[in-house]
Ligand binder design. Structure first.
Ligand SMILES: NC(=O)c1ccc[n+]([C@@H]2O[C@H](COP(=O)([O-])OP(=O)(O)OC[C@H]3O[C@@H](n4cnc5c(N)ncnc54)[C@H](OP(=O)(O)O)[C@@H]3O)[C@@H](O)[C@H]2O)c1
Length: 266
């Protein structure tokens, strides 16, 4: 299926690792130019250069910290000036403190979640939506989480701010729909990036006799996550949907919070 993204420009906040990076790869494969925003986008520079050359697209790396007021707005402004128009923005930046009980999470940590998770998305939306409105179209995709709807007791602040993002999607959908701008979210379950990847590697180094499938089953059991597909997801399986929602193929999908969790039980 041609997603109609050839020659268009999109941005990915948090595009250097995990689901964001897979989104950048798929966008490039579709022929889109991409602005990659993260604190250290240079870390993925060599890969991006290879990807850009392979698909004849431009990948523009813009450093910015989502947790700081003004930085994301400036980076998105630069992307708009550079490409002339942004058709889509995916917000996939990620911050998570250690697993803790509710009583152990102090104010400073609640503040970190607020700044990284909620305000990172608010700043990105604030920077891009008026531009999309002026252009009578565009697509913003946020990333929330399975835990936004079915929180576990060990990450209360993470889950609370992800739930706030679900709510924000609905406000923004209503505020900008009149101009043809769509706002959606993906809500991943357990996906093999960052911390999950490390934990799986640790588990398999301690117990080299077990297969990856067995390691995933043990980990899901420890996390008390009942996944109907009985496996952890691959970041590309979330990125596929992000890119579809960014494209005009998702043109009548608005206000969706889409579970990408292999059927995880509430
Ligand atoms: N992995 C899962 O199982 C899972 C489950 C549910 C929901 N999610 C959500 O899915 C999204 C993607 O997660 P992921 O696991 O793919 O993430 P990841 O692999 O940890 O990658 C995070 C990305 O965000 C960037 N980033 C982190 N802090 C930033 C900041 N302050 N400002 C700008 N960029 C920042 C990182 O680059 P720099 O270090 O260069 O800044 C990196 O590119 C997140 O919103 C996460 O909460 C993940």
């Amino acid at each position: 299926m041609d997603l109609g993204l050839t020659g268009k420009a999109c941005a990915v906040l948090g595009g250097t690792r995990g689901m964001g990076r897979e989104s950048v790869r798929l966008l490039a494969e579709e022929g889109a130019n991409v602005a990659v925003i993260s604190r250290d986008p240079g870390a993925a520079q060599a890969d991006f250069e290879r990807l850009a050359a392979q698909h004849g697209v431009e990948i523009l790396a813009l450093p910015a910290d989502a947790s700081r007021s003004g930085e994301i707005e400036a980076a998105i402004g630069s992307a708009i000036r550079h490409f002339g128009r942004l058709h889509g923005l995916a917000v996939t930046n990620h911050w998570m403190g250690p697993s803790r009980t509710f009583e152990a999470v102090e104010d400073a940590e609640w503040h970190d979640y607020f700044q990284n998770s909620l305000m990172g998305a608010v700043r990105a939306a604030r920077a891009v939506l008026p531009h999309m409105e002026d252009n009578r179209g565009g697509s913003l995709v946020l990333t929330t989480a399975f835990s936004s709807r079915a929180p576990k007791p060990y990450i209360p602040a993470y889950a609370a701010f992800k739930a706030a993002l679900n709510n924000l999607v609905k406000s923004l959908m209503k505020a900008y729909g009149h101009s043809g701008v769509r706002v959606n979210a993906v809500a991943p379950g357990a996906i093999r990036t960052g911390r999950y990847d490390e934990r799986l590697a640790q588990l398999r180094s301690k117990r080299p006799e077990i297969t990856m499938q067995e390691a995933e089953a043990i980990m899901l059991d420890r996390l008390d996550m009942k996944v109907a597909l009985e496996r952890i997801g691959d970041p590309s399986e979330v990125a596929e949907l992000i890119v579809f929602l960014l494209s005009a193929r998702g043109g009548y999908i608005n206000g969706l919070i889409a579970n990408v969790d292999g059927g995880t039980d509430f």
